[in-house]
Design a protein around this ligand. Structure first.
Ligand SMILES: [Zn+2]
Length: 112
């Protein structure tokens, strides 16, 4: 599953990741190359079943347009290794209004 998400742009089933409900302080890094991607301070419960953040760390991610599934979505991938992480949507909370919807298997959590 981890390989499928990172390298083949697959999506894990919702509510399958233990990271979804995790709320302790720490850093979420790329499971492919260990680059720090998100801080727990920007994590929130979006109710979608995937770990969600309203902002990434500086220089952590890159985005591209994904036309699969007959939708136009903005794909989020790791800036360093290019691993697919998830998508970003415009229905997130303040202050950014963004929802970074991540696959838990693409992330590795390190407690602060
Ligand atoms: Zn990476």
């Amino acid at each position: 599953m981890q390989f499928g998400v990172l390298r083949e742009n697959k999506t894990e089933p919702p509510f399958s990741s233990p990271l979804d409900q995790l709320s302790i302080a720490g850093t979420y890094s790329c499971a492919g190359c260990s680059l720090p991607l998100y801080s727990s301070t920007t994590k929130y419960d979006s109710g979608t079943g995937w770990p969600s953040f309203y902002a990434p760390l500086d220089n952590a991610i890159a985005t591209s347009i994904d036309h699969s599934l007959f939708m136009v979505r903005t794909e989020v991938h790791c800036r360093r290794c290019g691993g697919h992480l998830g998508h970003v949507f415009d229905d997130g909370p303040p202050p950014t209004g963004k929802r970074y919807c991540m696959n838990g298997v693409a992330l590795a959590f390190t407690a602060a």
